[in-house]
Design a protein around this ligand. Structure first.
Ligand SMILES: [Fe+2]
Ligand SMILES: [Fe+2]
Length: 349
């Protein structure tokens, strides 16, 4: 399926995608490290910002609903708010991939109910063209575990869609990470919890297609952009990890496909008080404790927020293996407000 990019005054505009992952929508959500009790107003505000911006397509990256005992209600709230968007597609996360228990939706049930928005009753994957961008959504979940896995049939789907794609740019949307966002540190438990187990094969496949620009993911509730290089000096793609609306720094992203590269911008809920609450909440979690084991010189808040170039960046299509360029300073509203980002500069990869 293909939808066309917006045309204004007869001119075709650059494609703008919105990426919101791990919204964990839950009207009866309880606060833990994430402020799930505020998931509904936060999600509503981000959707309003996407509408104001006029994004061509919105991508929901899994854990769209919290699905923790009130699956039906979470789903209704999610659909109700998303209904104001022009076009949106989604994939499933581990929160939609629960075993069949009372109060939980299974991923098949979730997929069936969102038919028409990417995945459907027949398929947990999708391929959608928008202007000169092809978006391929994949299922990286494995029921019974928080960790990721790309099943053989999903790999085949991905391979055939990559081969068929005619667009100038290809973006792949998954829930789990293909790469350690906490690099150069190592933590076995985080590998298990957050990464796709067979990521080497997925990376090899994506890196072998020169028009794959980025892999978008969530699940780790942190913000980081890294470059995965192919062998040699050419090829490779960006690994764009986006934070969760309910976990500090509560951000989603806009990706604008221009001639010189992908222009990345962050969006946060326009609720300063909630951001303060989210900052306090995130420090109480197990992830903050585990972070201490890494021995990083950065603080946990700095880690989840990412650097300036993890949030506002120009990602060139061509000489991408060298560096990520900072975006113009005026677009950096998030940095000014939070003060937790580090000094900008080229982030060598
Ligand atoms: Fe999540
Ligand atoms: Fe997740």
């Amino acid at each position: 399926m293909v939808i066309s990019a917006k045309i204004v005054y007869g001119r075709r505009m650059s494609v703008v995608l919105a990426h919101v992952t791990d919204a964990h929508v839950a009207p009866a959500g309880r606060r833990n490290a994430a402020i799930k009790d505020q998931s509904v107003p936060i999600f509503r505000d981000l959707v309003a910002q996407i509408n104001e911006r006029g994004a061509d397509l919105t991508l929901f990256g899994g854990d769209n609903i919290d699905n923790h005992g009130h699956g039906e209600r979470d789903f209704e709230a999610f659909m109700d708010i998303s209904a104001s968007l022009d076009r949106w597609v989604c994939i499933v996360g581990n929160h939609e991939a629960e075993a069949k228990l009372p109060g939980y939706l299974t991923k098949a049930e979730f997929a069936e109910r969102v038919t028409g928005h990417g995945i459907s009753a027949d398929s947990l994957t999708f391929s959608q063209g928008v202007g000169d961008v092809r978006v391929i959504g994949i299922d990286t979940t494995l029921i019974g575990t928080a960790g990721g896995y790309v099943a053989p049939r999903v790999m085949s789907f991905l391979a055939s869609e990559l081969n068929r794609a005619e667009e100038e740019h290809i973006v792949v949307l998954g829930h789990h990470l293909l790469y350690r966002a906490w690099e150069p540190h190592q933590l076995h438990q985080w590998d298990k919890d957050y990464l796709v187990a067979n990521r080497d094969s997925v990376i090899a496949l994506l890196a072998s297609h020169p028009r794959v620009r980025a892999y978008l993911c969530g699940h780790h509730h942190a913000s980081r952009i890294q470059r995965i290089a192919a062998r040699g000096n050419y090829g490779g793609f960006y690994h764009i990890l986006t934070s969760s609306p309910v976990s500090y720094p509560c951000a989603g992203r806009f990706l604008r496909f221009e001639r010189d590269g992908i222009h990345v911008e962050s969006m946060q809920p326009r609720m300063p008080q909630l951001l303060e609450e989210a900052r306090e909440a995130v420090m109480t979690g197990r992830k903050a404790q585990r972070f201490e084991l890494l021995g990083s010189q950065r603080s946990f808040l700095q880690y989840v927020s990412g650097r300036g170039t993890d949030n506002e960046a120009l990602l060139p299509y061509d000489h991408a293996p060298i560096s990520i360029l900072p975006a113009p300073a005026e677009s950096s509203f998030l940095r000014r407000r939070e003060g937790e980002w580090e000094a900008r500069g080229h982030d060598l990869l």
